[in-house]
Design a protein around this ligand. Structure first.
Ligand code: DCP
Ligand code: MG
Length: 423
C-alpha cells in the first residue's frame, strides 16, 4: 500500500469580476476589458440602446457602443482586468486615469456584485460536491484538502484538479487556476504559476527550484512593509530568506514573525483546511433614542421588542438556521447589563415563538430602572435543513411539538393578564 501524501489545493478564479462580464457580453472575449468606475448606469445605457432599438440582446450590442477607458474621467480605480488588458500593464488597484494612458482602447464596465456573489456561490458548491473539505478564503478563492479524495493523489493532485476545473467550467462558464502542494502556503503560490486556466503541482522536493527563486512578497503574509524591511536587509528572494539564521530574523522581526518567516521560507506550514465555521449565535439589539421605562413606555417598548424578534427570525430564516435557545439583553440607564435566556423544546426560527420565549425571559429581570438598550439573541443554532430532517423523520415529535405549542400559548395568555408585567 502506498502512503498518502498530504495534498492541499488552492483554487483561484481567473480575472473573476471581468470574466463574469464576458459571460454577459461574449463579444468582448479576447479584448482588453477593465472593471471599475461607477455604478451600473453604463450598463443601463447599453441595454437601452439607441433610438428605435430598446432592450437589445446584450450579446448583440456592437463593440462601438461600449465605453472606453480613454473617455473615463474620475478618480475610480480598477478592481480587475482581463488578461488581454494586463498585457498593457493594467491591473488591480490602478487608477483608471493612469490605466487609460497605458491602454486607452480598453472597454470599461462596472462590477455587478449580485452576479459576483451568484457565481462565487456556484463555483464553491461545485467544488464541495466533488471534494467536501473546502475552506472559503474570500470571493474567488478556496483551499481544498485533496488528501483523501478519490483522484486526489493521482499525478500529485493533477487529475482531481483537472476534474474540478472542468466541473466549474461546465457549471459557470468560468475558468480558474489550481495549485496543489503539501500545504496551504505552497498551494497558494502554486495556483499563480500557470494563470490563467492552469494547474501546477508542487512537491516538497520542488522547494529549491520552484519556490526559492520567488520574491519574498509572494509569501501570503509578507506585505509591502515587511518586504521593504527585508529588502533593506539585503533579502529579496525566498531562497535568501531561507538562508538566514532563525535568530537573525527573530532579532529583526520579533519572536513570532521571525520564527514564522523562517518556517515559511523552508516551505513548512501545518495549518489545516478549515471548513465553513458555523455561527454560534445571532442577535439583534437596539439602543433607544431616549431611555425608556418598562411601565410608562410599555407600548413603545413592546413594538420595539416585537420588531427585534421579527428581525432576528428573518435573519435566521435568511441564513437557514433554527435556534434552540432564545435570550435577551438589557442595558439600564446606569449602564448595568442584565441577560436571561430560555431554551425551547425544539428548534425555532419563528418570529412569534421567539417573541414568546424572549417575553418569558423578560419576566425574569428587574424592570424598575429605565432602559437604554434592548437585545434579543438566538443561540444553539442548527442548519434549518438538519432541523427539517429531524422533524420529518419523527411524526410523534411533531405531535409533541404541537401540544407544547398550545401549552406555551396558554402560559402567555395568562401572564398577559397579570398586572405589573411588561410583556
Ligand atoms: N478585487 C477587487 N479589488 C482589488 C483586487 C481584487 O475588488 N484590489 C476583486 C476583483 C477580482 C476579485 O476580487 O476579480 C478576485 O481577485 P484576484 O486577486 O483573484 O484577481 P482576479 O480573479 O481578477 O485575477 P486573477 O486571474 O489574477 O486571479
Ligand atoms: Mg482570481
Amino acid at each position: 500500500m502506498t502512503t498518502r501524501l498530504r495534498r492541499i489545493a488552492h483554487l483561484d478564479m481567473d480575472a473573476f469580476f471581468a470574466s463574469i462580464e464576458l459571460l454577459r457580453y461574449p463579444q468582448l472575449k479576447g479584448l482588453p476589458v477593465v472593471i471599475g468606475g461607477g455604478r451600473r448606469t453604463v450598463d443601463d445605457a447599453l441595454l437601452a440602446g439607441g433610438p428605435g432599438q430598446p432592450g437589445r440582446a446584450l450579446r448583440f450590442i456592437p463593440l462601438t457602443d461600449f465605453p472606453l477607458l480613454k473617455n473615463y474621467v474620475g478618480r475610480g480605480v480598477i478592481t480587475t482586468a482581463t488578461y488581454a488588458a494586463r498585457q498593457f500593464g493594467v491591473g488591480s488597484a490602478m487608477g483608471m486615469m493612469k490605466a487609460a494612458k497605458l491602454c486607452p482602447q480598453a472597454i470599461v464596465l462596472p462590477v455587478d456584485f449580485e452576479a459576483v456573489r451568484k457565481y462565487a456561490r456556484l463555483f464553491k458548491s461545485t467544488v464541495t460536491e466533488i471534494a467536501p473539505l473546502m475552506e472559503d478564503r474570500g470571493i474567488d478563492e478556496v483551499y481544498i484538502d485533496f488528501t483523501d479524495v478519490p483522484g486526489g493523489q493521482r499525478g500529485g493532485g493533477r487529475v482531481l484538479a483537472r476534474l474540478i476545473q472542468k466541473a466549474i467550467f461546465e457549471a459557470t462558464g468560468l475558468t480558474c487556476s489550481v495549485g496543489v502542494a503539501p500545504n496551504k502556503l505552497l498551494a497558494k503560490m502554486a495556483s499563480e504559476f500557470n494563470k490563467p486556466h492552469g494547474i501546477s503541482i508542487v512537491y516538497e522536493a520542488d522547494l529549491q527550484t520552484l519556490v526559492w527563486p520567488l520574491k519574498c512578497r509572494k509569501i501570503n503574509g509578507i506585505g509591502p512593509k515587511a518586504d521593504e524591511k527585508l529588502a533593506r536587509l539585503g533579502i529579496q528572494t525566498i531562497g535568501e530568506l531561507a538562508a538566514q539564521e532563525k535568530a537573525f530574523l527573530v532579532a529583526h522581526f520579533g519572536k513570532a514573525t521571525g520564527a514564522w518567516m523562517h518556517e515559511v521560507a523552508w516551505g513548512r506550514d501545518n495549518r489545516p483546511v478549515v471548513t465553513e465555521s458555523e455561527p454560534v449565535s445571532m442577535s439583534r439589539e437596539t439602543t433607544f433614542d431616549r431611555d425608556l421605562h418598562a411601565v410608562r413606555d410599555k407600548a413603545a417598548l413592546g413594538v420595539i421588542f416585537t420588531g427585534l424578534c421579527n428581525k432576528l427570525a428573518e435573519d435566521l430564516q435568511r441564513k437557514g438556521y433554527a435556534a434552540k435557545t432564545i435570550g435577551i439583553k438589557l442595558r439600564y440607564d446606569d449602564f448595568k447589563i442584565a441577560t436571561r435566556d430560555q431554551t425551547c423544546e425544539d428548534f425555532t426560527a419563528d418570529g412569534r415563538l421567539i417573541r414568546q420565549l424572549a417575553g418569558q425571559c423578560l419576566k425574569r429581570v428587574p424592570l424598575d430602572k429605565k432602559l437604554r438598550l434592548l437585545g434579543v439573541r438566538a443561540s444553539g443554532l442548527v442548519k434549518a435543513t438538519e432541523f427539517e430532517k429531524l422533524q420529518n423523520s419523527a411524526q410523534e415529535r411533531l405531535f409533541r411539538q404541537q401540544a407544547l405549542g398550545l401549552h406555551a400559548m396558554e402560559t402567555i395568555a395568562k401572564t398577559n393578564h397579570s398586572s405589573g408585567q411588561l410583556f
